[in-house]
Write a protein that binds this ligand. Structure first.
Ligand code: SF4
Length: 357
C-alpha cells in the first residue's frame, strides 16, 4: 500500500472508530476519498447521532424586512441601494399579512432578516419584534450576526446590549447567515463591508451565553480554498465546544446568477455532496445537518439524506435571496414529505430547537 493510501485508510479508520478528525485529516479525506466512501462515512456518523429513521423539517417563511443594504456583497443579487427602483422597507400591514398567511399554513416560525439599512435605528427593530409578539404566537428566528454588528455600530452600542434589547423585545433565536467563509482573506474579497470572522463568532458566542440558540451556515464554492473551507468548519466546531449553542449547520453553494462576484458555475451536485459529507463527519458536536433543497433541488436533496443530512430545512413559504440569484426551486410541504419518504425516512415537523411537533 502506498503512503497516501495508508494515510487515507488510517483517517477512514478514525471516522469508523468515532474519533475526532484534525483539520488536515478532513482535507485529505475530502481530496482523496471517493464520493461513495465519503457518503457511507457521513451516513455512519448520522446514524450514530440519529439512530431513528426520522428526517425533520420546519414550516416557516422567510420575511426580509428590507432589501436596502449598504454592504453590497459581491455574491448578493438581493440588495438595492436606498431610493433605487425596487428598494423597500416592509410595512406593518404587509408584515402582518405575511405572518397571518404563515400561521394559516401551520407555520410555527418566521425567519426575519434584511439588508444593513443605513437609517433604521435599534428602536425600529425592537418595535418590530414587539409588534409581532403582541399579536401573534410565532417563533422569531431573526437577525444574523452581520445585522447585529451593524445595529451595534449604527447605534454606538456594545453587541451585548443590542442582543439583550432584541431578546427583551421578543427575539427567540438567531440564524447563522452571513458567515460565508469565516476567513478574513475571503471576506475582504466577497463581502468587504460585512463583519469580520472574529465579529461573527463573537456575536454567536454572546448570543449563546444569553441563552439564544443559533444555527451556523457556510456559503462555499466561490473563491475559497479547501483549507479555508475546513478552517471555517474548525472555527464553528471550536465555538460549539465552548458554548453548545448551535442547533444545526447548513452548508450551501454560492449561486452566481445576477451577482458581480465571479463568473463560475455553481458547485456541482458532486461537490455539494462531498462537502456535506465532510461537514457531517468533521462537525461531531453539532447535532443536525441541513440539506439545502432550495439550492440543490429535490433530487440532490433526497440523496443528501444519505450523505449526512438529517433535516430538510424549511418549507420556505417565501424565499427571496436565493431566488434573486435566479434559482427558484419551490416545494410544497406535501412534496417535502414525498421526498423524505421516498428516501426511506419518516418525515416529522419540528421547531427551531429541533423538538418534534
Ligand atoms: S448578502 Fe446581506 S449584507 Fe450582503 S449585500 Fe446582500 S443583503 Fe446586504
Amino acid at each position: 500500500m502506498s503512503d497516501s493510501a495508508f494515510l487515507l485508510k488510517s483517517i477512514i479508520d478514525k471516522v469508523v472508530a468515532d474519533v475526532r478528525l484534525l483539520p488536515q485529516e478532513a482535507a485529505i479525506l475530502f481530496e482523496e476519498a471517493d464520493l461513495l466512501t465519503l457518503g457511507a462515512l457521513a451516513n455512519l456518523k448520522r446514524q450514530r447521532l440519529h439512530p431513528d429513521k426520522i428526517v425533520t423539517y420546519i414550516v416557516d417563511r422567510n420575511i426580509n424586512y428590507t432589501n436596502i443594504c449598504l454592504s453590497k456583497c459581491r455574491f448578493c443579487a438581493f440588495f438595492r441601494e436606498e431610493g433605487a427602483e425596487g428598494s423597500y422597507v416592509i410595512s406593518r400591514k404587509e408584515l402582518a399579512k405575511k405572518i397571518e398567511e404563515t400561521l394559516e399554513l401551520g407555520g410555527v416560525q418566521i425567519l426575519l432578516q434584511g439588508g444593513l439599512h443605513p437609517g433604521l435605528k435599534l428602536d425600529y427593530y425592537q418595535e418590530l419584534l414587539e409588534f409581532i409578539k403582541s399579536r401573534y404566537q410565532i417563533h422569531i428566528h431573526g437577525f444574523s450576526p452581520p445585522e447585529i454588528i451593524h445595529f451595534a455600530r449604527l447605534n454606538n452600542l456594545p453587541v451585548e446590549t443590542v442582543l439583550e434589547r432584541l431578546l427583551a423585545a421578543g427575539l427567540d433565536s438567531i440564524p447563522g447567515g452571513g458567515a460565508e467563509i469565516l476567513v478574513d482573506r475571503v471576506r475582504r474579497e466577497v463581502s468587504p463591508c460585512k463583519c469580520s470572522s472574529r465579529e461573527w463568532l463573537e456575536v454567536m458566542e454572546k448570543a449563546h451565553r444569553l441563552g439564544l440558540k443559533t444555527t451556523a451556515t457556510m456559503m462555499f464554492g466561490h473563491i475559497e480554498t479547501l483549507p479555508e473551507r475546513i478552517e471555517h468548519l474548525n472555527l464553528i466546531r471550536q465555538l460549539q465546544d465552548k458554548t453548545g449553542g448551535f442547533t444545526a449547520f447548513i452548508p450551501w453553494p454560492y449561486q452566481p446568477g445576477n451577482t458581480s462576484l465571479i463568473s463560475r458555475p455553481a458547485a456541482s451536485g458532486f461537490e455539494y455532496l462531498k462537502t456535506l459529507a465532510i461537514c457531517r463527519i468533521f462537525l461531531d458536536n453539532i447535532p443536525n445537518i441541513q440539506a439545502s433543497w432550495v439550492t440543490q433541488g429535490a433530487k440532490v436533496a433526497q440523496i443528501a439524506l444519505n450523505f449526512g443530512a438529517n433535516d430538510l430545512g424549511s418549507t420556505m413559504i417565501e424565499e427571496n435571496v436565493v431566488a434573486a440569484a435566479g434559482v427558484s426551486y419551490r416545494l410544497p410541504e406535501s412534496e417535502l414529505i414525498r421526498i423524505i419518504e421516498g428516501a426511506g425516512f419518516q418525515p416529522r415537523r419540528r421547531r427551531m430547537d429541533y423538538a418534534l411537533l
